[in-house]
Write a protein that binds this ligand. Structure first.
Ligand SMILES: Cc1cc2nc3c(=O)[nH]c(=O)nc-3n(C[C@H](O)[C@H](O)[C@H](O)COP(=O)(O)OP(=O)(O)OC[C@H]3O[C@@H](n4cnc5c(N)ncnc54)[C@H](O)[C@@H]3O)c2cc1C
Length: 380
């Protein structure tokens, strides 16, 4: 069912739907894996030329300054068509807004449009073997040497790291300062000598991210994003422009539930217990839709998504896992030929990426329920 959001949004929907019908190659629908990378990159350029790569971005950088309603319509129509989004997913949603807000004019002019068009691939270097949820424990070092830095250390789980031309890298520039204050964000050319990338293959066999090693990598001082020592500020204070992003999660869950129903609903194995599990998954999809609509409504009234974004992330990630588990239990061996086995394995990462379930529960406990802050190991 298409809800009507008023003439302007309806016109936008009609134009986008027509454009997707005539422009999106049929065999790219629903594609997201590394084997289709080059074709999705070409599609990204097509999106960019038509002004559909990141409609929430300001027009001066290649976006459309789209309203919350237009963003919602965009997400609905892209999901409906099965259209892949921009290839630099983290770049467009997280790195670019940081560059727009905190970057120099040179950095904005140099980086934003090639990132949006997909001409240059970006990764985000935050996590290290000893610093994940606790980002401020990072140890990758950058020492100042005249008008450059020398970077040494390791990052891990860099999405698209094996493909990346650039990295938004978080490093320690002052080991003596309190740990949140001694961090800096650098925009690093991944083709610089001393950068070594080792792809990581996931349990499902796909290539998604990489470990990256830095040995005496020379980075110009002009690569600092924001201020030296303000890396924590860059990491925590930059919010994307997209206000309807939660709708994407609700739409993805709905799409997966519809697939589950199509693949498993007609199976004779749908015994009374599994019927109840299917019904519970349907209730999940409706609950998430309502949560997403509440968040979008708040955004339309000018309220920034706060801790409630953690509630949506928590709910969505475990609901996606339940859908995949239900599919595999009902389909049995047929789960491998219908893609559900891969989906089940991939879904394990959803409760880790972008903030783990436990960390999000802490946020909800402290900022939504007003519970006392968790004790810090350092006593801070
Ligand atoms: C699909 C995917 C893509 C990713 N992409 C990137 C990327 O592009 N760039 C990047 O830098 N990183 C990326 N990551 C890494 C991700 O940010 C980290 O995995 C995440 O921050 C958790 O860190 P960790 O794995 O070191 O686990 P840890 O932080 O060591 O956590 C281990 C366990 O302890 C729990 N825990 C930790 N702290 C607390 C606490 N205070 N209270 C209660 N429990 C706690 C966690 O919930 C978890 O269960 C990606 C991860 C995934 C799965």
């Amino acid at each position: 069912m298409d809800l009507s959001f008023g003439t302007e949004a309806d016109d936008f929907r009609a134009a986008l739907r027509r454009w997707l019908e005539s422009s999106l190659p049929r065999d790219l629908r629903g594609m997201a894996d590394d084997t289709t990378f080059d074709r999705r990159r070409a599609w990204n350029a097509t999106l960019y030329e038509a002004g559909y790569a990141a409609i929430d971005w300001p027009a001066e950088f290649g976006g459309r300054d789209a309203s919350v309603l237009e963003q919602l319509v965009y997400n609905q129509e892209m999901a409906r068509a099965g259209a892949p989004g921009p290839i630099n997913a983290i770049g467009v949603a997280n790195i670019a807004p940081a560059i727009m807000t905190l970057g120099t004019e040179e950095q904005k002019a140099r980086f934003l449009r090639p990132m949006l068009r997909g001409d240059e691939i970006w990764s985000q270097g935050m996590s290290e073997p000893g610093a994940g949820s606790d980002l401020a424990s990072l140890r990758c070092r950058a020492e100042r040497d005249g008008d450059r830095f020398l970077v040494n250390g390791q990052k891990t789980w860099n999405s698209l790291g094996h493909r990346a031309d650039w990295c938004q890298l978080y490093v320690r520039t002052d080991p003596e300062a309190p740990k949140h204050e001694g961090m800096t964000c650098l925009l690093v050319d991944m083709h610089t000598p001393g950068v070594e990338t080792r792809p990581i293959t996931t349990i499902g066999g796909s290539l998604e991210f990489a470990e990256v090693f830095f040995t005496d990598v020379e980075v110009p001082a002009s690569a600092v994003l924001g201020e030296i020592g303000a890396g924590w500020h860059v990491a925590t204070r930059t919010l994307g422009f997209e206000r309807a992003g939660v709708a994407k999660l609700a739409l993805m869950l709905r799409e997966n539930f519809d697939r589950l129903l199509a693949d498993a609903g007609s199976e004779r194995r749908v015994d009374p217990v599994n019927r109840q599990r299917l019904a519970a998954c349907y209730i999940d999809t409706e609950l998430l839709r309502l949560l997403a609509e509440r968040t979008i409504s708040a955004a339309m009234h000018g309220r920034m998504p706060g801790a409630e974004a953690s509630v949506v992330k928590l709910a969505w990630s475990s609901m996606e896992q339940r859908v995949a588990e239900t599919a595999v239990d009902i389909l049995g061996l047929a789960a491998s030929s219908t893609g559900w086995e891969d989906r089940l394995l991939a879904s394990r990462s959803l409760t880790i990426a972008g903030g783990t379930t436990e960390v999000n529960k802490n946020i909800v406990g402290e900022r939504v329920l007003g519970l006392p802050r968790e004790p810090k190991a350092s006593g801070g």
